[in-house]
Design a protein around this ligand. Structure first.
Ligand code: KG4
Ligand code: ZN
Length: 327
């Protein structure tokens, strides 16, 4: 079975071809350079970029996989959540191909796609991986799920304000470091060689009512106030980046630990753009070793938005014979 995955929920135009669970090809064209000067994604620019590139990205993904439209058995497309204009381009394009080629089409949840990105190399994940705790730590989402089966991903925690990746982006903006903030802040943190770490706040760690929820906007504000009265040297920027990153990683690690305790499961999957972060990856590996938890992380190329994760989930839904043909 050959599946064409299409992803256009934010600023990446992505297509991937999958055959029976194996990724044959994947193309991602990002409009990130066009948003950089604004310090965040401009929805209209993202939508127009998708319109311009969706056809060529899909064509190249098919060529790389040595497939043509005639070979496609299923189209899986991100239907939500995301920027409405951007989603519209992907779903309209997917529907057109589906209609023209008489190919079944499935709408897929983007956040659930990030969860599946952790299992792209895992054979038989449907049978072997469940139940597990999933965390999606990205620019748009910071959420925890108790995943009992492909049809049962229960939300158990989420951010009450900013997403973790969004906080990285905003901190980079405050420090005038560029966009997207995550990779830049990580590099700056690596360059910090002092031991005078700033004790930035770790939110919602004490409250039992919010014990699985996140909040990052106070941390971002704390960085802003610190920056205002700082000496504004490059060294100071590195220190702030290090201290901020520690605060985010601490909170993410602690909330995940709590989710594992709360659910009592022994498997963990963590996906999303922030999982590119080497410090977070190391902490998660340490957590898994210490607590004998089986850990699934996406390869770095599948942390950010991609279409392989969408194809994977779509194919699994289809094989489950679910009537999820929403479009
Ligand atoms: O998953 P993704 O590509 O898009 C969303 O679905 O949101 O995540 C993008 C986010 C951005 O906020 C970016 O700054 C962050 O992931 N990110 C990182 C790193 N690389 C990307 N955050 C921390 N460290 C990184 N190395
Ligand atoms: Zn995403």
């Amino acid at each position: 079975m050959v599946t064409l995955g299409i992803e256009t929920s934010c600023d990446e135009t992505a297509a991937a071809v999958m055959a029976d669970g194996k990724v044959l090809s994947g193309r991602v064209s990002s409009s990130v350079h066009l948003h950089a000067r604004y310090g965040g994604v401009v929805p209209e620019i993202a939508s127009r970029y998708h319109v311009e590139y969706i056809f060529s990205v899909c064509k190249k993904a098919l060529e790389d996989a040595k497939k043509s439209v005639k070979d496609i058995d299923l189209i899986a497309v991100t239907e939500s959540p995301g920027l409405p204009g951007s989603l519209l381009v992907g779903t309209a394009f997917a529907k057109a191909v589906s209609f023209a080629g008489n190919i079944p089409i499935i709408g897929v949840n983007h956040v659930f796609g990030h969860i599946l990105s952790c299992f792209l190399d895992v054979k038989d994940m449907d049978r072997q991986a469940f139940p597990f705790v999933a965390a999606v730590i990205s620019g748009g989402h910071t959420s925890l799920y108790h995943c009992k089966s492909l049809e049962d991903f229960a939300l158990i925690g989420r951010t009450k304000d900013d997403a973790a990746g969004e906080a990285f982006d905003k901190v980079a903006k405050i420090l005038g470091l560029g966009y997207p903030g995550g990779p830049i802040v990580e590099k700056r943190a690596e360059a910090f060689d002092g031991d005078d770490v700033i004790p930035f706040p770790r939110a919602l760690l004490k409250s039992s009512a919010d014990h699985l929820d996140f909040s990052f906007s106070g941390l971002k504000t704390a960085v802003m106030y610190y920056w205002r009265s700082s000496s504004k040297t490059e060294k100071e920027k590195n220190k702030i980046c290090f201290s901020f990153q520690e605060a985010v990683v601490d909170v993410v690690e602690k909330k995940i630990s709590r989710a594992l305790q709360y659910t009592g499961v022994e498997r963990l999957a963590v996906g999303g753009g922030v999982v590119n972060n080497g410090v977070l990856r190391k902490r998660l590996h340490a957590l898994s070793e210490k607590n004998k938890i089986e850990l699934y992380l996406p390869k770095k190329k599948y942390c950010g938005d991609n279409a392989a994760m969408i194809a994977s989930l779509g194919e699994k839904y289809y094989k489950l014979a679910e009537k999820k043909t929403l479009l």
